[in-house]
Design a protein around this ligand. Structure first.
Ligand SMILES: *Cc1c(COP(=O)(O)O)cnc(C)c1O
Length: 428
């Protein structure tokens, strides 16, 4: 960063501080990760200079020969990684990918059905503060109070009552396997269309350690920066349904449009202008990495580490939503621990441990306070941490939670965090 250091000291110093923070804190936010040096080089490259509205071979601008090459590479690798027949790699984020899907297949006012935000769903699954709950008529299903698992009876009842045009499966804070097949059965029973939003699990799915959304989901969206460990961005995928006419007739020609055409048109020009070609190059690099055996081993460690958290926290008397995890995250319900999610997040942050407060199902507290915290393993695992470190980190979290207003305890934990981080440098 020598040019930046000379030209803009303020931004340079901020980036340096953030780099130090990433090095010296334990990153347990389930949606975060550390992408590779190669991904960062591609993302920081000259490709940021190029306008390329349109798609490979069909651009609105000249000079697109090389960005066409890189976008085609990203598309081919994404298809291979997820066994998909079609990929659109242009969405700027997971939310944009969802917005593209909605614009492609829904009309304003159509009914959509997604998992309640406070039960693990995402803002874009119909929350009233998001476009998804404002443009569309959103209704929600929930998890079972006793098991913490998706309540398929409730889902079926709501689906039959509201006859949604689209059902969304996938979540941001759901520690268990997404049962795509069961969702598809219910979608079929009411003639709904099924979107699999695999933002959180995409790395686990890519490594074939979580069931594939295909052939059950009609369309799949994901971000690329979570367990998949790529640059910040999104993609949309179609399986064998990609050639199906979605019974939308082009006004002029009277031709029936394919699902893939609808998605292409919805992403650009529907919701976006020029694609971020530097980020698309970063996605291509990340997809190649994710196709390797190394990545499979990495994801296995992510899952093993989450299981280790599950066991350690249970041994210490913690309640876990759904009783445990099948994925990269655990959700601690702190209602028996005399501390809110917000207090836990703040105290842990002071101790150098980064987590996020999170609603637990049927939470009596507000989303700003909450009764839980969400803990994920993708970032720590990328750093190389394993069983021994997870054990030590569990003890540190427990100590902070039990002594959240004790400065002395918190600063001694902070010292231990620093020692642990020094043993696993990030080399940022
Ligand atoms: C993270 C997430 C998103 C949104 O991704 P952004 O890149 O933050 O816009 C959408 N859906 C789910 C389920 C997510 O977890």
């Amino acid at each position: 960063m020598s040019a930046l250091k000379d030209s803009d000291r303020e931004v340079y110093e901020i980036i340096l501080s953030e780099s130090n923070r990433q090095n010296n804190f334990l990153e347990l936010i389930a949606s975060e990760n550390f992408t590779s040096q190669s991904v960062m080089e591609a993302t920081g490259s000259v490709l940021t200079n190029k306008y390329a509205e349109g798609y490979p071979g069909k651009r609105y601008y000249g000079g697109c020969v090389h960005v066409d090459e890189v976008e085609n590479l990203a598309i081919e690798r994404a298809k291979k990684l997820f066994n998909a027949e079609y990929a659109n790699v242009q969405p700027h984020s997971g939310s944009s990918a969802n917005m593209g899907v909605y614009l492609a297949f829904l009309n304003p006012g159509d009914t959509i059905l997604g998992l309640d935000l406070s039960h693990g769903g995402h803002l874009t699954h119909g929350s009233k503060v998001s476009f998804s709950g404002q443009i569309y008529n959103s209704v929600t299903f929930h998890v079972d109070k006793n098991t913490g698992l998706v309540d398929f009876d409730n889902l079926k009842k709501i689906a039959q009552e509201y006859k949604p045009k689209m059902i969304i499966c996938g979540a941001s804070a759901y520690p268990r396997t997404i049962e795509f097949e069961k969702f598809r059965d219910i979608a079929d029973s009411v003639g709904a269309f099924l979107l699999g939003d695999i933002c959180h699990n995409s790395g686990i799915i890519a490594a074939k350690k979580h069931p594939s959304p295909f052939p059950f989901c009609h369309v799949v969206s994901t971000s690329t920066h979570k367990s998949l460990r790529g640059p910040r961005g999104g993609i949309i995928l179609l399986g064998k349904d990609y050639e199906n006419p979605f019974k939308i007739v082009a006004p002029k020609s009277g031709r029936i449009k394919m699902m893939s055409e609808l998605i292409d048109g919805a992403v650009m020009p529907g919701i976006q202008g020029g694609p971020l070609m530097h980020v698309i190059a970063g996605k291509a690099v990340a997809f190649k990495e994710a196709l390797s055996d190394n990545f499979k081993n990495y994801i296995q460690s992510v899952l093993d580490n989450a299981k280790a958290f599950e066991k350690n926290f249970k041994d210490l008397g913690y309640n876990l939503v759904s009783g445990g995890t099948d994925t990269h995250l655990v959700l601690l319900d702190l209602q028996n621990k005399n501390i809110s999610g917000k207090q836990a997040e703040l105290a842990l942050d002071e101790a150098g441990i980064t987590v996020n407060k999170n609603m637990v199902p049927f939470d009596p507290r507000s989303p700003f306070i909450t009764s839980g915290i969400r803990i994920g393993t993708p970032a720590l695992t990328t750093r190389g941490m394993g069983f021994d470190e997870i054990k030590e980190i569990t003890k540190m979290i427990d100590l902070v939670i039990n002594n959240f207003d004790n400065e002395k305890v918190i600063s001694s934990v902070k010292n231990n965090v620093q020692e642990l981080c020094n043993q696993f440098p990030l080399n940022l």
